[in-house]
Design a protein around this ligand. Structure first.
Ligand code: PLP
Length: 426
């Protein structure tokens, strides 16, 4: 597999390099130089999730890893299903929250962890990342128990929800969690300082495993195929998929699935009040505003960092950006949709409800609609309870961690102190 840097096209890397490096020169994103295409999609869709995903990823990766190696990675990464749930006639929820941290980021995070181990050539790796909550949990669980990989996760002390903290600060083994005396920006600044320290980077094999890693998107392509596989041939003829979007990795993966041959009539980019992309698609002007806090906080992003990949893909495939559906949803509207879905017998949290709402508004006769449910409702229990006047139950994985002891260490907002931690965990 060859990839190039979107910003500096002469930088070309292999799959292994792209996974290890994350970003290219000048903060450029990597993009595949060529994409395979599957001509017998029906046969592909007939296979089970793991074998089909192995085929797709093996075709993408090419001969850098053997088919058997890819299958092993996929088996280790995809240990939970992505079921469709019918909400009403012609409308389905794609549930991506059956992994260990109850959000779709488990798919990308786990495949990235497996890929990184596969391409690391036995070198020492320390994953260092800052989190304001969810990504930290997905990274921690994805790398948990892996040999020769240490994970250090910084988070702002007292500024993430107690339940979120329990989900990733109770693991132990190779997962080291650090509560920093400062806010999220302070955590990010410490991480940046560490990556700027060449000696440290080399000594401990620093890697960011961050959200723009191409391996994440590759994994996410697979659940779009899995969704289509659960529909009848007739239903998938006029398929419309609505994606609740923040950094737009999820939508990028959907469009890549289409580029590989998955028949999708239309994608819809659904956002909350952070509506840079819907406004851009409307006016042609890229005009990000300050980020605002919403009840769908995993989508509180006003400068989505995967957007250049979408532009690049649409340019290559000659897909006009106007073919993308779009919509921005306020907190009031998403709350209404959570209620409406509940009345239809479906419990959903605000991120999924935003995708549902825009889909429901724009779905036309004869089309089958699918909206992505990116998190388990219990992950946003406070908001959901508040909207519905219910007391929803914690699913087993959350309940289990809620009862465990916190293993985090406290840290002053001080680079030397962080450095000491990074050497000490080796
Ligand atoms: C990260 C996240 C999103 C946004 O996904 P992107 O790929 O960044 O667009 C949506 N919902 C939830 C629950 C998330 O955690």
């Amino acid at each position: 597999m060859k990839l190039y840097n979107i910003k500096e096209n002469d930088e070309q890397v292999s799959f292994g390099q792209a996974v290890r490096q994350g970003l290219g020169r000048n903060q450029g994103l990597f993009f595949p130089s060529s994409l395979p295409s599957f001509d017998d999609i029906d046969a592909l869709l007939d296979e089970d999730f793991v074998s089909r995903s192995s085929k797709i990823l093996s075709a993408l990766i090419g001969d850098e890893l053997s088919k058997e190696q890819v299958s092993t990675l996929v088996e280790a990464a995809f240990q939970f299903p992505a079921p469709l749930n019918k909400v009403k006639d012609g409308v389905y929820a794609l549930e991506l929250f059956h992994g260990p941290t109850l959000a779709f980021k488990d798919f990308g995070g786990r495949f990235m962890a497996q890929s990184l181990a596969a391409v690391s050539n036995g070198g020492k790796i320390t994953i260092l990342t800052a989190t304001s909550g969810d990504t930290g949990a997905a990274v921690a669980h994805a790398f948990y128990g892996m040999q020769d990989i240490n994970v250090v996760i910084l988070y702002p002390k007292g500024k993430i929800s107690p339940l979120q903290e329990k989900l990733f600060c109770t693991l132990g083994k190779n997962i080291h969690t650090v509560a920093v005396d400062g806010d999220f920006d302070a955590c990010q600044a410490l991480v940046k300082q560490a990556f700027d320290d060449a000696q440290l980077r080399q000594d401990v094999g620093l890697n960011s495993a961050n959200s723009i890693n191409i391996s994440r998107l590759m994994a996410q392509i697979c659940y779009y195929f899995e969704a289509a596989a659960q529909l009848s041939k007739q239903e998938r003829e006029n398929l419309v998929i609505s994606v609740p979007s923040g950094n737009f990795g999820n939508l990028t993966a959907g469009l890549l699935a289409k580029a590989l041959g998955l028949p999708v009539k239309r994608f819809i980019a659904a956002t909350n009040a952070n509506d840079t992309v819907p406004r851009y698609l409307e006016t042609g002007k890229w005009d990000p505003k300050p980020t605002v806090a919403t009840t769908s906080n995993a989508m509180d992003v006003s400068q989505p960092n995967n957007w250049p990949r979408i532009e690049e893909l649409c340019r290559i495939k000659d897909w006009g950006l106007e073919t993308l559906g779009k919509g921005a949803v306020s907190d009031e509207q998403s709350a209404q949709s959570v209620k409406e879905l509940f009345e239809l017998g479906y419990l959903c949290e605000p991120h999924g409800a935003i995708a549902y709402r825009v889909l429901d508004e724009q779905l036309q006769a004869g089309e089958t609609g699918l909206f992505l449910c990116t998190a388990h409702p219990a992950k946003f229990k406070e908001v959901v309870d508040d909207i519905l006047g219910e007391n929803i139950e914690l699913p087993a994985p959350l309940a289990k961690h809620a009862a465990m002891e916190l293993l985090s260490q406290d840290l002053n907002n001080d680079f030397e102190a962080l450095k000491a931690v990074l050497y000490q965990v080796q």
